[in-house]
Structure formats: structure tokens, C-alpha cells
Design a binder for this molecule. Structure first.
Ligand code: ADP
Length: 447
């Protein structure tokens, strides 16, 4: 087992990882920018190293400084959290070259999944269902027209190097296709320095359903069921649930089994998420994230398994603590992402939190790094906390969520809490009846 883990992140996820290390009796080092000297994870860590000024590029993304911090403190492993360097293959390779363990998959696996065309090819080869479309990058308009006619309109053009929902264009007819292709290519070139694009069938009313997987790096793979993250705004997840209100046990075990086998065959190590669009009973792979997700706590709530403990165990060579048959799904969990943003316009609202009171009671978990008197720096993501609620079934979970939202107090700044108080009373949400466009339509109506 590791002696000392360096946490290369900030905010709630840095605290989340720190808690797991403390439970396992592992010493902790955190790195932070000058803007985060007062952060909770800095206060609670055994050691902290200031690695640079506020801009992420000069601190949380500064590989050189982070490696130096490992060497100074004698850390033998790094947990990257999510975002920042968590899916940076070069970072994983550099740590390996310094004999420091990256708590995550190999640089090669990160690289494969980071290229969307390569990821899709690999998924297909491993028996994962994919969206019908071109076999790789599109070379010219003629090929695009041929593929689109074959799979049928509407189609979506996506950047191979894409991310964050950028570089995607939908074409409803052949007349739209040329313009969509040219726009997608130039956007991709400008945003990612790579104008390779590919074509897929555009699904009109899918849900976003993702499967949590784990590999032990030695040919064993398991799945921890799925999360439904269909409630999104600008491709950003807002509310996540486990299990999905749309799946039955048979579908869960079928798609979970396919994913677990793929992970085993790939020889993958650590946590991963295989993301799908789901429509009319069919799953279509869109991408794989090779890290821990923001929404991992809903899976922890229904399985009772600490996924960060598992990441640390696997990375240290201790293997997974569970077999597939040990993983049981108990009840229902929902997570609300609480952002320091205006609940209607979503403009960021940094500033000082004058009062912070979190809900409690059975089935309530709040993961947050903020506290009364904390000043939110303007430089980073606006996520200030996550409310995770568990119940024996979805009805009980929703009852408890409504009560917990009423109890939650954040004064001094604007937050997205009022949005969740509206959503929890909405009949479509109560029925679990929503797709990936539901939230945008709801917000557009301004109800
Ligand atoms: P990114 O890496 O940029 O986030 P993804 O491939 O994960 O790109 O897609 C992001 C979102 O775009 C999906 O969650 C979905 O809302 C939409 N999308 C992607 N592919 C399709 C498709 N074939 N049909 C319909 N919507 C799609």
C-alpha cells in the first residue's frame, strides 16, 4: 500500500480523495495555487505545497511543479481527481518515468479513449454497441453524403479531438450537409488544432446513461451499474441518478456485462465510465472517461462501496475488493450539483459565503469544500458542492431530496439550489420521464 498520496486537484474532489486516504491510513499531500491557501483540503491535509499563481495553467496544470512537489514531499502516488490532469496521458507517462504511481489507467489507455475515432473503433472491437456512422474520419463531401444516405438523416458531425460538446453540427437533409461539414471542420481546427471529423446518426430523444466500470489491470473487469445523467444544460450534467429510471434489471445486467467484459479484455486498470446514448431500448456508445466522475457518489450510495478506496487499492497492486457477484444495487440515489451561479442565467457568482448550513439526517451526503466565511475564487469551476440523497426506492429518495433542499442554506452568493427546488416538484421529474433535451426546453419556457 502507498505511504503518501499527493492530491493534484482542488475543491470538493480534493477533500473527497483526502477522506479516503485518511480512512486507509495513508499520509496526504495537497498542492494548491495562491488563490486556494484557505481551502478546506489545504487545512485538513498532512502537508501542503503552494505550486503557483491562480491561473490553472500555472498551478493545477503545471506538471513540472507537481512532479517537483512529489519529490520534495516523498509522495509515492498521485490522485488526479477529475478535470485538470486526470485524462492527460503525458502526465501519467511522466509520473511513471519518475517511479511515482498515477492513480488511474495507463497513459496508452488514456490516449486511446481521448481520441474519439480511436475510442469508437476500440469500443466496437470490444463488442460495445456504437452509434451507426462513418468508419473513421471523413475525407471529403462525397464520402460524407454517401455515409449519411446509408445511415439516414438526421446526422451529426463530430470532431475527433472533440470535448465539452464543441465542434458538433447536426444536418437534417443532404442540403444542410455541406455547410455543417465545413463549419464543424473549421470549428474543430480552431478549437483543437485538428480538423478531423466523423459522422454519426443523430439520435433525437435519447437519454444519457453511463456504466461505471473498474479493471484490476490483470484481466479482471467489473461493473457497478449505471447512472442516468440526462438532465443537462449545454452538455453539462446537472442532476444524476442511480439506477436509471429507464432501465430494468435485465437491461442493467446485459449492458453492464458487456462493459465489464470489454474492460477485462482491454486489460484496463482502475475506474472508468462508459457513456451511452439510450433510445428505444438500444445503447449507443459515445465515449469513455478514464477517471473518477463528479457523479460517482450516486453509485457509492446504492452499492455501499467506496470507489476511491478501490482506485487506491488497484493502483497499489492490491486488486479489487469485490467480485461482480458481491456488487448489489440497493435503493435509489440522486445527486444535485450545486454551483455558485445564478439559477436562471447560470452566470457565475463568486464572492464570500456568509453562511453555509448543510442538511443532515438518514440518507443525506454533502460533498463540499466550502464553509461559512469562505471566499470563492473567480478562477475555477463554479461547483461548490454536491448533495447526494439515498432512499429505499425512488419515491422515498425524492421525498428526502425535497426536504434536504429546503434545509440547505447558502447565503452571500447565488447558487443553483432554487433550480433543484423547482425540479423536485415537477411531474416529469417525479415520473423519471425526461431525455437529454428536457432541461434546456424547461429552462427556455422560463417556468
Ligand atoms: P463531448 O466529448 O464533446 O462531450 P460527446 O460525444 O460526449 O462529446 O457528446 C456530448 C453530447 O452531445 C451528448 O451527451 C449528446 O447530448 C450529444 N450527442 C453526441 N452524439 C450524439 C448523437 N449521435 N446523437 C444525438 N446527440 C448526440
Amino acid at each position: 500500500m502507498f505511504q503518501k498520496i499527493l492530491i493534484a486537484n482542488r475543491g470538493e474532489i480534493a477533500l473527497r480523495v483526502l477522506r479516503a486516504c485518511k480512512e486507509l491510513g495513508i499520509q496526504t499531500v495537497v498542492v494548491h495555487s495562491t488563490a486556494d491557501s484557505d481551502a478546506m483540503h489545504v487545512r485538513l491535509a498532512d502537508e501542503s505545497v503552494c505550486i503557483g499563481p491562480p491561473p490553472s495553467r500555472e498551478s493545477y496544470l503545471n506538471i513540472h511543479q507537481i512532479v517537483a512537489a512529489c519529490e520534495i514531499t516523498g509522495a509515492d502516488a498521485v490522485h488526479p481527481g477529475y478535470g485538470f490532469l486526470s485524462e492527460n496521458a503525458k502526465f501519467a507517462d511522466i509520473l511513471a518515468a519518475h517511479n511515482i504511481t498515477f492513480i488511474g489507467p495507463s497513459g496508452d489507455h488514456i490516449r486511446i479513449m481521448g481520441d474519439k475515432i480511436e475510442a469508437k473503433r476500440t469500443a466496437k472491437r470490444l463488442g460495445i454497441p456504437v452509434v451507426p456512422g462513418s468508419d473513421g474520419a471523413i475525407s471529403d463531401d462525397k464520402e460524407a453524403k454517401r455515409v449519411a444516405a446509408e445511415i439516414g438523416y438526421p446526422v451529426i458531425i463530430k470532431a475527433s479531438a472533440g470535448g465539452g460538446g464543441r465542434g458538433m453540427k447536426v444536418a437534417h437533409t443532404e442540403a444542410d450537409l455541406e455547410v455543417a461539414l465545413a463549419t464543424a471542420k473549421s470549428e474543430a481546427g480552431a478549437a483543437f488544432g485538428d480538423d478531423a471529423v466523423y459522422i454519426e446518426k443523430y439520435l433525437e430523444k435519447p437519454r444519457h446513461i453511463e456504466v461505471q466500470v473498474f479493471g484490476d489491470g490483470a484481466g479482471r473487469g467489473v461493473h457497478f451499474g449505471e447512472r442516468d445523467c440526462s438532465l443537462q444544460r449545454r452538455h453539462q450534467k446537472v442532476w444524476e441518478e442511480a439506477n436509471s429510471p429507464a432501465l430494468n434489471a435485465e437491461e442493467r445486467s446485459r449492458i453492464g456485462g458487456i462493459c465489464a467484459k470489454a474492460i477485462a479484455d482491454l486489460g484496463y486498470s482502475g475506474a472508468g465510465t462508459i457513456e451511452f446514448l439510450y433510445e428505444n431500448g438500444e445503447f449507443y456508445f459515445i465515449e469513455m472517461n478514464t477517471r473518477l466522475q463528479v457523479e460517482h457518489p450516486v453509485t457509492e450510495a446504492i452499492t455501499g462501496i467506496d470507489l476511491v478506496h478501490e482506485q487506491i487499492r488497484v493502483a497499489s497492486g492490491g486488486g479489487l475488493s469485490v467480485r461482480q457477484e458481491d456488487i448489489k444495487f440497493n435503493g435509489h440515489a440522486i445527486e444535485c450539483r450545486i454551483n455558485a451561479e445564478d439559477p436562471r442565467t447560470f452566470t457565475p457568482s463568486p464572492g464570500t459565503i456568509t453562511h453555509f448550513h448543510t442538511p443532515g439526517g438518514l440518507g443525506i451526503r454533502v460533498d463540499s469544500g466550502v464553509y461559512s466565511g469562505y471566499k470563492i475564487p473567480p478562477y475555477y469551476d463554479s461547483l461548490i458542492g454536491k448533495l447526494i440523497v439515498h432512499g429505499r426506492n425512488r419515491v422515498e429518495c425524492m421525498m428526502r431530496l425535497r426536504r434536504a433542499l429546503d434545509e440547505f442554506v447558502v447565503d452571500g452568493i447565488k447558487t443553483t439550489l432554487p433550480l433543484f427546488r423547482d425540479l423536485v416538484g415537477n411531474p416529469d421529474i417525479a415520473n423519471g420521464d425526461y431525455d437529454i433535451h428536457w432541461l434546456e426546453k424547461y429552462l427556455a419556457k422560463g417556468e
